[in-house]
Design a protein around this ligand. Structure first.
Ligand code: HEC
Ligand code: HEC
Length: 514
């Protein structure tokens, strides 16, 4: 790996175990008043088989590792972690003070007594990084003003970088923890307040791109060539879909380090090239507030959420286990590593995490339901929006096929599928490891605190989404544009595009109250 801050999620949950610390998860005593949940089994082979909607090419739908393998993987302990400060706000002697801390395991399932304890412990899991670095560009970057300015990294009112934490796993060694759920699913608002679980706004791809650029300038000749090959291999592992006649992701094999950096830097905040998607059509990060009510997860509705155990499975797979899965004859990691060399969450950790996600509440909405919003609610009804974005969830929890995908007959019995396509760009749905041939109808709740919108985050604002000019080839997308793209049409979803200016204003005002 060229560096630790990589888009390679292999190393995430399934990261090499630094220390063989063991975790005691059950306590002997059970006081009477103890909330003792029955923890579902995450890796149940039968449940894993039916977890996902098949891929658009069902022959390559993933086959996951066996439960036997999964449970041989050691559990990663969760250590106490500490905030990362912008250099202007870091208390003096801070890192030295952390060096003097003892490592401390903070997630102890046996000590959780009430439901509130479990939820609080779930927040620790949400914040717990599976990857660490203690030297290198990023470690230096988070203590360097230039890194914040250049990458436009937001910090909280108190000058905290809420996307990463310092961790002490070994006395005397302070590590920067990366790739926690919080890294991508935390939003810093313009006033410096923080919304946990909201569509995140850490510029992860931008910082990664800028690191690649710096390294490429440092490495010359053979060293540079070698680093480039490692980078290209990583990108293939993260994104290749080799069963496609023309895999768009093969393009990075022909790009220089600088070009790859530019492609990553073209991904705006709120959008993220998650493994299994693409650098060229990355998904926007979804809002996790309200996720409990969603029957399908991911823009393409790849995962079903039948119960809390499915959320646990989602988290386990997405933090790296999916790189071990088999897609037809293709396995992203090529060789399955020895189970003892990787790490995973415990079922208790995943259960606590899911409870925490389910407990997330939106912040108080500053937008009042006034006369304009009331008018907008009428527009919403007249335009038939509620047919798909049905109150109170503002989604009917259905899938819509993309243009060019023929819905298999048995899908109609198995899944809730609308008979119409909304005509949005089909690349993510047809040309990626997450591609089912569908997009789900997203909930409109919380649109006031998030963006960009649409599955690729192509438009920055609601006003842009309902602006018919976005259908023109000359349009400059205000959100994700694409690598090397200056103008393109943001196609599809024709609803609300022919409204009068006043009706559009009213509709947007209404949506912002949800
Ligand atoms: C590197 C960034 C990143 C990290 C780390 C990350 N996520 Fe995500 N998450 C995403 C992106 C991007 C998507 C959208 C994927 C898609 O639509 O295909 C997503 C989707 C989801 C969804 C689906 C929600 C929906 O309504 O569709 C859930 C649930 C979720 N993440 C939970 C988690 C949890 C829990 C963790 C930690 C264990 C985590 N994520 C870590 C970027 C991240
Ligand atoms: C036939 C079903 C359908 C109808 C009718 C419909 N939508 Fe949608 N809407 C969708 C789907 C599907 C998406 C996601 C498309 C994508 O990501 O490619 C979406 C996306 C959106 C988004 C972006 C949300 C996000 O999180 O990115 C907004 C806002 C929205 N719709 C509002 C409306 C409004 C307002 C109306 C009525 C004027 C409406 N929709 C009518 C299905 C529908």
């Amino acid at each position: 790996m060229p560096n630790n801050q990589t888009k390679l999620y292999l190393a995430l949950t399934f990261t090499l175990l630094g220390a063989a610390a063991c975790l005691s998860v059950r306590s002997a005593q059970r006081p009477e008043n103890k909330w003792s949940p029955t923890i579902p089994r995450t890796w149940d082979d039968e449940a894993m088989r039916s977890l996902e909607v098949p891929l658009a090419n069902s022959d390559v739908s993933p086959k996951h590792i066996s439960s036997d393998y999964y449970y041989r993987v050691p559990v990663r302990p969760i250590y106490r972690s500490y905030p990362v400060y912008h250099p202007d706000k870091e208390p003096s002697g801070y890192l030295n003070s952390l060096e003097n801390k003892e490592p401390e395991i903070v997630f102890e399932a046996g000590q959780l007594k009430t439901e509130a304890d479990w939820i609080a412990a779930g927040e620790l899991v949400f914040d717990a990084p599976p990857e660490f670095e203690s030297t290198g560009l990023l470690f230096a970057g988070v203590r360097d003003r230039v890194w914040y300015d250049k990458n436009r990294v937001p910090v909280t009112k108190d000058g905290v970088l809420p996307f990463m934490r310092y961790v002490v796993r070994e006395k005397g060694k302070v590590e920067l923890g990366l790739f926690s759920c919080a890294m991508c699913h935390t939003r810093v608002m313009p006033d410096g307040s923080v919304i946990k679980g909201a569509q995140g706004n850490f510029p992860d791809d931008r910082t990664f791109g800028s690191e690649i650029r710096i390294k490429a300038a440092q490495l010359e000749g053979k060293e540079g060539d070698k680093a480039l090959q490692v980078l290209r291999d990583e990108l293939q592992r993260s994104f290749a879909a080799p069963w496609l006649r023309e895999d768009p992701n093969a393009r990075t094999n022909r790009m220089s380090a600088e070009e790859i950096a530019s492609a990553l830097e073209a991904i705006p905040q709120g959008v993220c090239a998650r493994q299994g998607s693409s650098v060229f059509f990355p998904p926007r990060i979804p809002d996790l507030i309200g996720v409990k009510d969603r029957l399908f997860l991911d823009a393409t509705g790849l995962f079903r959420q039948r119960d809390i155990a499915d959320m646990m499975r989602y988290a386990a797979l997405n933090q790296g286990a999916d790189l071990l899965s088999q897609y037809g004859s293709f396995r992203p990691v090529a060789e399955l590593p020895e189970a003892l060399t990787v790490s995973r969450y415990s079922d208790e950790q995943l259960y606590a995490l899911a409870l925490f996600l389910y407990s997330l509440k939106p912040p108080p909405n500053p937008n009042k339901f006034d006369a304009l919003a009331a008018k907008g609610q009428k527009v919403f009804a007249q335009e038939g929006c509620a047919g798909c974005h049905t109150p109170p969830l503002y989604t009917n929890n259905h899938l819509t096929p993309v243009d060019g995908f023929k819905v298999p007959v048995e899908h109609r019995q198995r899944y809730d599928i609308l008979p119409v396509s909304v005509g949005t760009d089909s690349d993510l749905a047809l040309k990626s490891r997450r591609g089912t041939g569908y997009y789900k109808v997203p909930s409109l709740k919380g649109v006031w605190y998030r963006g960009p919108f649409e599955h690729n985050g192509s438009v920055a604002t609601l006003e842009n989404w309902f602006d018919s000019r976005r259908l023109s080839e000359n349009y400059v997308p205000t959100g994700f544009r694409g690598y090397g793209v200056n103008t393109r049409a943001v196609i599809g979803h024709p609803f609300g595009l022919d409204l009068s200016t006043t009706d559009r204003r009213a509709l947007v005002a209404f949506l912002k109250t949800l």
